[in-house]
Design a protein around this ligand. Structure first.
Ligand SMILES: NC(=O)c1ccc[n+]([C@@H]2O[C@H](COP(=O)([O-])OP(=O)(O)OC[C@H]3O[C@@H](n4cnc5c(N)ncnc54)[C@H](OP(=O)(O)O)[C@@H]3O)[C@@H](O)[C@H]2O)c1
Length: 234
């Protein structure tokens, strides 16, 4: 990878995305925060700028093809590409559902945010990453999508994370030999709007393995599912 590293984080206006951006920028990595809510994204970025961190903002709704294309064009033309992509944005909107009563719309919209968004970003960013000599793609998954431990409930969210894990493996295979390493991570149960106040981890703790994967050396692993900096079963 190039020496001067650049990272892009989706869903960076709050929660894990904001903390991941902060920790990347603290390592001296120029970091682009993206969010679908522009005022919130700009406010989050301003907060990090006040900490003297090398950050900038660009709007991005990961379910909107035009928004994705606009971002990719902006990054390539005016920022020279990226080395690190963190697919963090996600939704969990079926907390009270089971596979027996979930409706298709919930599954469809969850798949659009949690799977198709990351897929499009990987498809559109990998050529520029390749040109820069490699890259790191980190997909925010969950042990809720760990097929070896699957149980009932939360069908849309679970299916989306299982699909994201499968996508991680496929991309890792297809990108072999490019020095673009693709991995999935479960941050643990983290105190955010999604995780709730009962969660047992802070955002700082939740971001740790994400940063570990973003900064893997060139001979690092690809096609793995990680928690606490260690591989876990799919
Ligand atoms: N918290 C946990 O315990 C936990 C555990 C395992 C995995 N994870 C995963 O970690 C990631 C971050 O979770 P979190 O806890 O930080 O959740 P969060 O606090 O609910 O934040 C989710 C972020 O995703 C953004 N987002 C949702 N849909 C989007 C879209 N279409 N385009 C752009 N941004 C969008 C949200 O933006 P808005 O503010 O506009 O809604 C928000 O910034 C998720 O992928 C989640 O599945 C979390």
């Amino acid at each position: 990878m190039t020496k001067e590293k650049k990272a892009l984080v989706t869903g960076a206006n709050r929660g894990l995305g904001l903390e991941i951006s902060r920790q990347l920028a603290r390592l001296g990595i120029e970091t682009m925060l993206t969010a679908r809510n522009t005022p919130e994204g700009e406010a989050a970025t301003l907060g990090l700028l006040k900490e003297n961190l090398p950050v900038r903002f660009h709007p991005l709704d990961v379910t909107d093809e035009d928004s994705i294309r606009h971002l990719v064009a902006e990054v390539e033309q005016n920022w020279g590409g990226i080395d690190i992509l963190v697919n963090n944005a996600g939704i969990f909107i079926d907390k009270d559902k089971t596979a027996l009563n979930v409706n298709s719309d919930l599954i469809r919209s969850t798949m659009e945010s949690n799977v198709l968004g990351p897929l499009r970003l990987c498809q559109l960013f990998f050529p520029a990453m390749k040109k820069r000599g490699g890259g790191r793609i980190v997909n925010l998954s969950s042990t809720m999508g760990q097929i070896s431990r699957i149980s009932g409930g939360f069908p849309a969210y679970r299916i989306s994370k299982i699909a994201l894990n499968a996508l991680t493996l496929m991309l890792a295979h297809e990108l072999r030999g490019t020095n673009i390493l693709v991995n999935a991570v479960c941050p643990g149960w983290v105190k955010t709007d999604m995780g709730g106040p009962e969660a047992d981890r802070t955002v700082e703790q939740g971001a740790d393995t994400v940063i570990f994967l973003c900064t893997l050396p060139d001979n690092g692993p690809s096609g793995g599912f990680f928690q606490n900096r260690k591989p876990i079963p799919w």
